[in-house]
Ligand binder design. Structure first.
Ligand SMILES: Nc1nc2c(c(=O)[nH]1)N[C@H]1C(S)=C(S)[C@@H](COP(=O)(O)O)O[C@H]1N2
Ligand SMILES: [Mo]
Length: 326
């Protein structure tokens, strides 16, 4: 079945139902484009990054992961790249787009360490070649009560996890992000402990929806969106999706995470999107879709448990009291 959305006019084949030939042709086109775009961004030759598709979603190329398609209008490129939370570059939503140009993304390495059989430092060239890039259209729901629908580009973090071979004792994964006072003016603000830290339980990190993200809207990640690589965990509040990751550490204990340390009663470790768990200062029952009419004509949508990804992820929390482990 091919679904054409009324809203954006693009064709969204459901992952399991893509016709093999179409998938193959699209995949080749996609890989050629993404290889050029991503490769050039890290100095691997070919066209300049500016020539990569910008602001235009690539048609027909989609994820193989069930649940990765949101059949809703995409949030406009200008909002995805202009309305951001990246506190290292300021607290205002417009600050990251204004300030993040100072972030130095080459060279960049990601150290993978802790309870793994194969700890090592990865360069970007190796990382972008580790698994095929896919486009995943995910809803992102910020804990602040707004949401977007974003065409991310990347591959399941599980591919990297397989490559480093976690030990049997590994139960959690910690994500450490860049903290460079010379390029990140927000580090002068002590609203959070820097570096920005996030964490997932190992099974959450291995879930196919958890995306190691290198691009958005068919181009390499703009700096304000967390270049050169970030996480996107679509069933959790946006703050779980750490930007500009430099270290991934496997542990046997729940990692400390920046928001949980800053305000433990407001931001839990799990942070699963849950309309029934009210934030101490506001309801989480509804959300505003960025890019839609604001102000008087603002339409708020009901927020869904697990951001709508319950069929894929709810089983990981069977038997857990989600009000206690919020
Ligand atoms: N390093 C870092 N990562 C971060 C943040 C941040 O301030 N610093 N903000 C988080 C929050 S609150 C959200 S909602 C998402 C926003 O991602 P986007 O700007 O690409 O939409 O990034 C998350 N990752
Ligand atoms: Mo957020």
């Amino acid at each position: 079945m091919i679904i054409r959305t009324q809203t954006d006019g693009f064709i969204h084949p459901l992952g399991s139902e893509i016709t093999p030939q179409a998938a193959f042709l699209d995949r080749r086109r996609w890989l050629a484009q993404s290889a050029v775009a991503l490769g050039s961004a890290w100095g691997l030759g070919h066209a300049s990054a500016a020539q990569a598709a910008k602001g235009a979603p690539l048609k027909g190329v989609r994820s193989t992961v069930a649940g990765a398609m949101a059949l809703e209008a995409l949030t406009p490129y200008a909002d995805v790249t202009g309305y951001n939370n990246f506190y290292e570059f300021g607290l205002d939503k417009a600050d990251p787009a204004r300030n993040a140009h100072t972030l130095k993304t080459t060279p960049w390495t990601v150290s993978v360490e802790g309870l793994v059989a194969k700890p090592r430092t990865w360069g970007m060239e190796e990382l972008i070649k580790l698994a095929p890039m896919e486009e995943r259209i995910y809803r992102l729901r910020c804990v602040e009560g707004w949401s977007m629908v974003v065409p991310w580009v990347g591959y399941s973090l599980s591919a990297l996890i397989r490559a480093v071979q976690p030990l049997g004792s590994a139960r959690y994964v910690e994500f450490v992000t860049q903290a460079d006072p010379a390029t990140m003016p927000g580090l002068r603000n002590s609203v959070l402990n820097w570096p920005y830290l996030e964490g997932l339980r190992l099974d959450e990190a291995q879930h196919p929806l958890t995306l190691l993200t290198f691009g958005v809207y068919g181009e390499v990640l703009p700096k304000q969106n967390g270049a050169p690589l970030r996480l996107v965990v679509p069933w959790k509040y946006g703050f779980k999706s750490g930007k500009s990751i430099v270290k991934i550490r496997f542990t046997d204990r729940e990692p400390q995470t920046s928001w949980n340390v800053a305000a433990p009663n407001e931001y839990g470790f799990f942070a699963n999107v849950n309309p029934a768990v009210t934030h101490p200062r506001w309801s989480q029952a509804t959300e505003r879709r960025i890019g839609e009419a604001a102000g008087l004509f603002a339409k708020r949508r009901p927020t869904e448990l697990f951001n709508g990804y319950g069929p894929q992820v709810a089983s990981m929390y069977a038997g857990m009291d989600l009000r206690r482990f919020f």
